[in-house]
Write a protein that binds this ligand. Structure first.
Ligand SMILES: Nc1ncnc2c1ncn2[C@@H]1O[C@H](COP(=O)(O)OP(=O)(O)OP(=O)(O)O)[C@@H](O)[C@H]1O
Ligand SMILES: [Mg+2]
Length: 231
């Protein structure tokens, strides 16, 4: 469904991505792994239209989307969970969930259903964004993306800075969504999260993909784990 081919991306004159290729098929969970500064967020921002590739193509179901602005990419059904979570601090949990939802497509996900998936958010329904813990903010950011009824979910390091127990909750949610057939592009530094949920893995280093393969292959690639990931 999503195909990146040979993407070069820049911030101004800084050349960050060098020939990045990756794809996500229908119902597939693909993980992009890499250390700090490797180019993970840049890749996801390029897909979402915040940066435009100077070289290469981004296709969605065969259509070239590389020149679209972010709102048009979102309208294709790309649900984006940014690294900074970007919860509205002065809106309630319920307001955070409903503020954009009307612009999304109708479908499975409703307030009721996201509260079933995230019972802790239901309990905090009337709390304001700034009153939430880091884990709750992350859940809310994922829940908000689901309210748009995405066809593809893109998450930028959802486990970052969270306690192991909360990370497990995130893993369980992602597994559940995968079970429902949602396609996911997951950016992670955590090998634990990657191996628990993804079908295929790409490792990025200095803006270039240096490994592509399945879970078993990744676990057995000692040099990749040692050189390009923090394990
Ligand atoms: N706005 C920007 N302007 C210039 N350079 C940037 C900008 N944002 C990021 N960079 C640089 O681009 C490179 C890739 O950054 P990116 O944010 O994509 O890394 P990342 O893999 O997401 O890292 P992290 O795990 O820390 O989030 C880094 O060298 C970073 O310093
Ligand atoms: Mg990042």
């Amino acid at each position: 469904m999503l195909d990146l081919e040979n993407i070069d991306a820049y911030y101004g004159e800084s050349h960050i991505l060098h020939g990045v290729s990756l794809s996500v098929g229908n119902g597939e969970v693909v993980c992009l792994l890499g250390r700090n500064g490797a180019g993970k967020t840049t890749t996801i921002l390029t897909v979402m239209g915040y940066l435009h590739p100077r070289r290469g193509t981004i296709r969605f179901n065969g259509r070239d989307i590389g020149g679209l602005p972010p709102y048009a990419v979102a309208r294709l059904g790309f649900g984006f969970v940014p690294q900074e979570r970007e919860i509205f601090p002065s809106l309630s949990v319920r307001e955070n969930l409903t503020v954009f939802a009307r612009g999304g497509r109708n479908g499975f996900w409703t307030l009721q259903r996201v509260f079933e998936l995230f019972p802790s958010l239901r309990a905090r329904e009337r709390n304001l964004g700034f009153q939430l813990s880091g884990g709750e903010q992350q859940m809310l950011s994922i829940a908000r993306a689901l309210m748009l009824n995405p066809v593809l979910l893109l998450l930028d390091e959802p486990s970052e800075g969270l306690a192991p127990m909360i990370v497990q909750e995130i893993i369980d949610v992602l597994k559940h969504l995968k079970g429902e057939g949602l396609a996911i592009l997951l950016v992670e530094q955590s090998l634990r999260v990657a191996l628990a949920v993804a079908d295929r893995h790409h490792v990025i280093n200095k803006g270039a993909i240096c490994f592509t393969g399945g879970a078993a292959e990744l676990e057995n690639s000692e040099s990749v784990l040692r050189n390009y990931l923090s394990v």
